[in-house]
Ligand binder design. Structure first.
Ligand code: GAL
Length: 482
């Protein structure tokens, strides 16, 4: 049975965005070519022991050289939208506007012009994990200085590309960046300062995002008429035992400490979720921290964070069953603050990576949750996908089933739950450098042969079937207009 027969395409609006996503460090390669400065991921992946088999993104899919191939892949799928990120240090090698790299500007101009020339709408992420290393030397996201620097970079991008780019994502997954980069040390910059650095980093990311949204709003919106948001990731959390009040509360805390951490300030109250504040404040007393020292306070002297998103950009991958964790007295860590222990339902298949349990129904539930708790925003699902590990299967039937089920859940969210879902972006257009897993984990709609210089792209069956859904939807909307 093919995916195109199963998805109720008539539910999706005529202007529904059908997309796929990538990120600069994961696909571009050309890490030291044409004036690009190093990013924290270059340094991290060049350090022994950080990435599977010490692989790195030096070449990756070589999209810097092979953009024409990528464009062909995008066209092959019939996508209406393409989400990609700028390598900040390709445009501004030391992260600041003191020096602009003309070859970086030329590259992204070509990408954007090629897309718009084919009526494909670009969605650009300004920074997808790969902070310029020069800024890391100045304290990176821990330093309050980053807010001004990020704002200058963003304004430069709006000025240079904003006549053609109408969808901007400031930052990708601040929760993952802060937690994996500063608590677990698994992502660049590889810091393990448990229970403190991640909140500061998250705070500066929110401040920087808000500043950039206000800049766009004040100086560019009237001319460029685009939209700005921040891509937030979240699992869907359910209580292990729905009849147990402690588990119910723990599942809510899990949501508050993941989605709520960033969504609540931007969409709901302008501040962190109450449960985060109260838990962390209570633990501060126990751990001898001053109030506000770990989870910072938003200053009234800065423009508000509330309302700084023109749509909700959601990255969803997996769901969790959650129960109350046993207390960890004296332990300084995010897990101890959160007090929730996650498990995975044994009936959910694990795909590729151990953290990815497949549960498409979770996406529908999460969409409704966002509708209810975040004032019914327009939602673009900016990432969602299925991983393969081990021998390549071009006939990726499990992934086909996954997309079929997922798109059906999205259609139910729209039709039955009234969620305002405006678009869906598959992660990813291409197999690519999957962070600490290197090239061992494949998320692409196109297979990439990393063993050959050509990095040839071959469509997976899931890519063909996704293309069929897009084509059927386009056909349907054309038909219903006639
Ligand atoms: C997201 C991230 C992507 C991609 C994906 C799959 O967290 O934004 O870059 O790697 O996960 O793991």
């Amino acid at each position: 049975m093919s995916l195109s027969k199963d998805v109720s395409v008539e539910v999706f609006a005529a202007d529904f965005a059908w997309g796929a996503s990538t990120a600069a460090y994961q696909v571009e390669g050309a890490w030291d070519l044409d004036g690009r400065g190093p990013s924290i991921w270059d340094i991290f992946s060049h350090t022994k022991g950080r990435v599977f088999e010490d692989q790195n993104g030096d070449v990756a899919c070589n999209s810097y050289r092979l953009w024409d191939e990528d464009l062909r892949c995008i066209q092959h799928l019939g996508l209406t939208h393409y989400r990609f990120s700028f390598s900040w240090s390709r445009l501004l090698p030391d992260g600041t506007t003191n020096y602009v790299n003309p070859k970086g500007v030329a590259y992204y101009n070509k990408v954007i012009n090629d897309l718009t020339g084919k009526a494909i709408t670009p969605m650009v992420t300004l920074n997808h994990f790969d902070l310029p290393q020069a800024l890391e030397h100045r304290g990176g996201w821990k330093s309050p200085e980053i807010v001004d620097v990020f704002d200058s970079y963003a304004r430069f991008c709006f000025k240079t590309f904003g006549d053609r780019v109408k969808f901007w994502i400031t930052l990708n997954e601040p929760q993952i960046y802060a937690k994996l980069g500063y608590e677990d040390g698994l992502f660049a910059p590889g810091v393990k300062e448990k229970g403190s650095a991640l909140y500061l980093v998250g705070h500066n990311m929110l401040r920087a995002h808000a500043r950039v949204w206000h800049s766009y709003h004040a100086h560019f919106r009237h001319l460029q008429r685009g939209k700005v948001s921040i891509a937030l990731n979240s699992d869907w959390a359910m209580p292990s035992d729905p009849g147990c009040p402690e588990d119910v509360a723990a599942a809510q805390r899990y949501m508050d400490f993941s989605l709520g951490w960033f969504a609540c300030p931007v969409f709901c109250t302008g501040d962190y979720p109450e449960s985060m504040r109260s838990r962390i404040e209570a633990r501060n007393l126990e751990l001898d921290f001053v109030d506000g020292q770990r989870l910072p306070k938003f200053s009234e002297d800065e423009p508000t964070v509330l309302g700084t998103a023109d749509f909700f950009a959601l990255n969803y991958y997996t769901s969790r069953k959650v129960k109350q964790a046993s207390p960890r007295p004296g332990e300084l860590s995010f897990a101890a603050d959160q007090g929730a222990e996650r498990t995975t339902d044994p009936s959910w298949p694990i795909c590729g990576v151990s953290w990815l349990a497949v549960f498409p129904e979770g996406l529908r539930k999460l969409l409704s949750y966002i509708k209810e708790t975040c004032n019914n925003p327009a939602i673009y699902i900016t990432e969602n996908g299925f991983a393969q590990m081990g021998p390549v299967e071009l006939e990726d039937l499990d992934r086909c089933q996954f997309y079929r089920d997922t798109l059906q859940e999205v259609s139910k969210a729209i039709r039955d739950d009234g969620v305002n879902v405006k678009g869906y972006f598959a992660w990813s257009l291409l197999d690519n450098f999957e962070w600490t897993h290197g090239f061992s984990v494949r998320f692409g709609l196109f297979h990439v042969d990393f063993s050959r210089d050509e990095r040839s792209r071959t469509v997976y069956r899931s890519g063909r079937e996704y293309a069929a859904v897009v084509a059927r939807h386009r056909g349907h909307t054309k038909f219903s207009k006639d």
